[in-house]
Ligand binder design. Structure first.
Ligand code: MCA
Length: 487
């Protein structure tokens, strides 16, 4: 099935039903459908054709939905770009994806390097939209058509584009609807960014496939989220652990009040500490359901809706997903022993964009290697133990230290550099840079701010005499001095 066919269950089937609350305005599914048709006609009039890539560099907004729906209808490949990305990160995506256009706001253009790509301003599209016809054009009939390219930070330092097909997204949405028991009576509060698969694939797709009511916000503002929940009385909330940690700061009465209307809190994108899980249950009266996914695979493993939601565990494989816990030779390890998670299933991506070699390396005997290390209990629950690579997850955003190290190594006076993870009570982890060389750390920080997303800027730049290394010269990050925040 293609995404337009899935979404039409609501867009046509529930045409007059309230669909969306955005910025105080309400839209029916019929309104959303008409907006999508107008946007598709506008993009087609601007020359976008099936197979073209369209980069979208925006924070959450109403038009984000219009653009995504229009792209899925035209067969245009949607390339979301993290709105916190800066010069260097955007340059890479534009060169790699070779989009026909990049859509952003006037205010964001200052972060875009001399573009090899035409820039279309959101403000212009917004003005042109009402003049477009609402005729429906659907160019996609084959569900194996790519729907999106999602850039994931690669272990090599440069990010690779994971190509996700209509089929991948449809399977993911149908799976989640069934196992988390979505119905049209649900009310979903979505504060996650739509440029990641958590917000887009789980959030937007569960909404449109179920026909429930969505309230979308520009982002999660921890000081406003309690008010949104009180007003909207959501039944479902999707969050990253940082959001749940923030929610624990709310007064007990607020937590109890908000908890009363809710039926399901889901957490993903980073490990949910068992302590947060327990404290949340005590304060909100709900057991958070933790699940595990990746950009390349969408959702794989989840705690059950009915049954034990085990703290610290990501749960059981989703319908249709085969999971193998393997040793370094790819052979299955017994329950209770540590292995690397390998996956098979209809949720697996179509490969990395124009990187046949990287795609081949990601698979072994037909299984996708996640790079995540896990243990399976005798009753089938998986618990993640760490990662094969030294990925840092900060506030749910992935950071590969290698990318920051490569950037810092290019700066004047830097002889050697290592970036390591430091624990953070709210964000889970933050990056810290260890520098050898006569350089100005303030200038390094400034250079990072100008070129990298804010969540990648090291929280501290520590000068050290030399990096701890093995006899073979490999840096031993666990021997770097621990960093303690000043306050
Ligand atoms: C943060 N900022 C944003 C956003 N989030 N700007 C626009 N849109 C956003 N969504 C900016 C802030 O304005 C601020 O900018 C800076 O980032 C730090 O934000 P702050 O609020 O101080 O940080 P926080 O309180 O720690 O909260 C951050 C957050 C955010 C709200 C938890 O990190 C977040 O939304 N994380 C979700 C990430 C996510 O969806 N990951 C899924 C990827 P300034 O510094 O200029 O003031 S992984 C995925 O999709 C997989 C497959 C999966 O399994 O889910």
């Amino acid at each position: 099935m293609t995404l337009p066919s899935l979404f039409d269950l609501s867009l046509i089937g529930r045409r007059d039903t309230p669909a969306l609350e955005w910025n105080g305005a309400r839209f029916t599914f019929g309104d959303i459908d008409a907006r999508a048709s107008r946007m598709a006609n506008l993009l087609a009039a601007r020359g976008l054709e099936k197979g073209d890539r369209l980069c979208v560099y925006l924070a959450n907004c109403l038009e984000y939905i219009d653009l995504f729906l229009a792209a899925t209808r035209l067969g245009v490949i949607f390339v979301p770009v993290n709105v916190l990305y800066r010069d260097r990160e955007i340059r890479h995506i534009l060169h790699d994806a070779e989009p026909k256009a990049l859509i952003t706001t006037a205010a964001q253009t200052e972060f875009i390097p001399d573009p090899p790509t035409p820039i279309w301003l959101l403000e212009d599209l917004r003005a042109e939209l009402p003049n477009q016809p609402t005729t429906r054009t659907i160019n996609v009939t084959d569900a194996d058509t790519p729907a999106a390219i999602v850039y994931t930070s690669g272990t090599t330092g440069t990010s690779k584009g994971a190509v996700l097909t209509h089929h991948n997204f449809v399977v993911n949405a149908v799976n989640l609807l069934t196992i988390w028991q979505f119905t049209p009576a649900d009310r979903l509060l979505l504060t996650l960014p739509l440029f990641h698969v958590h917000g887009l694939g789980n959030g937007i797709h569960c909404w449109l496939a179920s026909g429930c009511l969505l309230r979308l916000t520009e982002r999660f503002a921890h000081d406003q989220a309690a008010q949104w929940m009180r007003e909207f009385q959501p039944t479902v909330f999707f969050g990253v652990p940082t959001m749940y940690v923030r929610m624990l700061e709310w007064p007990a009465e607020t937590a109890a009040e908000v908890g009363r209307s809710m039926r399901l809190y889901v957490s993903g994108s980073a490990p949910l500490p068992a302590q947060t899980h327990e404290e949340f249950r005590a304060k909100f009266g709900h057991t958070i359901l933790e699940r595990y996914g990746m950009s390349e695979t969408l959702m794989n493993i989840t705690n059950p809706y009915i049954g034990e939601r085990r703290p610290g565990s990501v749960g059981l494989p989703m319908p249709g997903v085969s999971v193998k816990n393997a040793d370094p030779d790819g052979n299955p390890v017994p329950d209770g022993e540590v292995g690397e998670l390998y996956l098979k299933g209809p949720n697996l991506f179509a490969g990395y964009w124009r990187r046949a070699e990287a795609t081949e390396q990601a698979y072994r005997d037909g299984w996708f290697r996640t790079g995540d290390i896990a243990v399976r209990s005798p009753d089938g629950y998986y618990t993640l133990q760490g990662r094969r690579s030294d990925l840092i997850i900060s506030g749910g955003f992935n950071i590969y230290p290698r990318e920051i190290e490569e950037f810092l190594a290019e700066q004047p006076g830097v002889e050697e550099v290592a970036v390591a993870s430091s624990p953070d009570p709210r964000r889970g982890e933050v990056p810290v840079a260890y520098i050898v060389g006569a350089c100005d750390t303030a200038a390094l920080e400034e250079a990072c701010r100008a070129n990298l997303a804010s969540f990648k800027v090291p929280r501290a730049f520590l000068k050290i005499d030399k990096l701890p290394r093995t006899a073979l010269g490999k840096i031993q990050k666990h021997l770097l001095p621990k960093w303690e925040p000043a306050n």
